[in-house]
Design a protein around this ligand. Structure first.
Ligand SMILES: *[C@@H]1O[C@H](CO)[C@@H](O)[C@H](O)[C@H]1NC(C)=O
Length: 403
């Protein structure tokens, strides 16, 4: 009972306080201040508004650490696209032919992307029937014995019938049941069939929204007039906010040749960056466009390059038999990639970051303590002053009452 009272009395009537050891040393004093100064500079660097939106390119380390006082949010966006342009071709198989948007944009609409056909292999008037395969290592034959009925390889156009027939005047190949005549895609047209696609244009409409700040905007800026929109073409220097892009320029901005890319096809990324500082006027929140080829491959490893796919258009001939036109389409897919982050002052991240910044100042004390107590020549002297050694109570009882 008495022990309990004593403990209570100690709790109520005693006060303990840490003792501060003041070390009068120029070396240690300066070191402490220098470390504090470094930490302070770092913390201020963390929260100060170093990089403005206009600064380009901003120094990387500032970008990584800046704006600790802001709440941030990621962009939500929607994109629609529209291509424009017509061209004519005049070939022996197709004759004089005009190509408009409905012919070369496949499919008519896609999410965040658009495919423009630039090259193709067209096989007209196919019907279901029997015809010789294209000649290659596995299909060339001397007699029926070389052809296995019912077989079909990965690259076959049909199912072998087991007969060996003339492909042309000299070569014999295995006959297949297939859509006849079979497609011959050994040679990709060069230059690209629709090489004029270089001059086609693409209008990109992009609406963005930062839900946390209820801020929305679109890439057709308020100061863009109908007349300007009708005539402008994006240019990084003269028209950086025009949302109409010339296809040739998109590819060239990414450092590639449009006519080369048009032959075998490929994928281009149109990046729209909406990094905004919403502490400043909303008119300064602007889209920045950049272009990048997404299917780049090693120059010396040119296996299976480009981008292509097949589709067919079906119709009935005069006798009612089903026929089709097979098109192997090569082209460029434009993927529109929207990204960005908005920041706005908010008291909560500010407090959190100031708190963690102040806590960082404690590092100076720890560092100086380590140096004073473990590294300096007079460390034993300082250690003796810093620590007050107290014996275990039982042993030291009556011995150490006071200093
Ligand atoms: C694209 O347009 C320019 C200027 O109008 C013209 O000189 C060029 O030949 C065109 N390109 C193609 C591939 O038609």
């Amino acid at each position: 009972m008495a022990g309990c009272c004593a403990a209570l009395a100690a709790f109520l009537f005693e006060y303990d306080t840490p003792r501060i050891v003041l070390i009068r040393s120029r070396k240690v004093g300066l070191m402490n201040r220098a470390v504090q100064l470094l930490i302070l500079a770092y913390v201020i660097g963390l929260y100060t508004h170093f990089a403005e939106v206009e600064m380009e390119p901003p120094p990387k380390w500032v970008f990584v650490w800046e704006k600790g006082y802001q709440e941030t949010d990621s962009v939500v966006s929607s994109v629609t696209t529209k291509a424009k342009g017509v061209t004519v071709t005049n070939t022996s198989t197709l004759g004089f032919r005009v190509w408009d948007v409905a012919d070369y944009v496949i499919p008519a609409q896609e999410e965040n992307s658009l495919f423009v056909m630039t090259n193709m292999i067209i096989t007209m008037n196919q019907t279901q029937g029997f015809c010789p395969e294209l000649p290659d290592k596995t299909t060339v034959c001397k007699s029926d014995a070389n052809c296995v009925a019912g077989s079909s390889g990965t690259h076959s156009n049909g199912i072998a019938t087991g007969r060996c027939v003339l492909f042309n005047g000299t070569v014999k190949t295995c006959e297949v049941a297939a859509w006849c005549p079979v497609e011959d895609d050994t040679h990709v047209p060069e230059p690209a069939f629709l090489k004029a696609a270089e001059n086609f244009t693409l209008l990109v409409k992009n609406n963005i929204w930062y839900p946390k700040f209820n801020f929305s905007k679109r890439n057709i800026l308020p100061n863009i007039t109908t007349a300007y929109l009708k005539s402008c073409i994006y240019d990084a220097v003269t028209d950086p906010f025009c949302p109409i892009f010339r296809l040739g320029k998109i590819v060239e901005s990414a450092g590639h040749s449009f006519q080369d890319m048009a032959i075998e096809g490929g994928i281009m990324g149109i990046q729209i960056n909406w990094d905004c500082n919403l502490d400043r006027s909303s008119s300064l929140c602007l889209p920045r466009y950049s272009f990048r080829r997404l299917d780049t491959r090693d120059v010396d490893h040119n296996v299976s390059p480009g981008y292509n796919f097949r589709f067919a258009k079906y119709f009935s001939d005069l006798t009612g038999a089903e026929r089709r036109t097979l098109i192997k389409a090569y082209g460029i897919r434009f993927d529109i990639i929207v990204f960005g982050k908005a920041g706005k002052f908010d008291i909560i991240p500010t407090m959190i970051n100031i708190g963690s910044g102040l806590a960082l100042l404690g590092v100076a004390t720890v560092l100086c303590d380590v140096i004073v107590l473990y590294c300096m020549k007079k460390r034993f002297y300082y250690r003796e002053k810093k620590y007050k050694y107290v014996e275990d109570y039982e042993q030291g009882l009556g011995g150490e009452m006071d200093q």
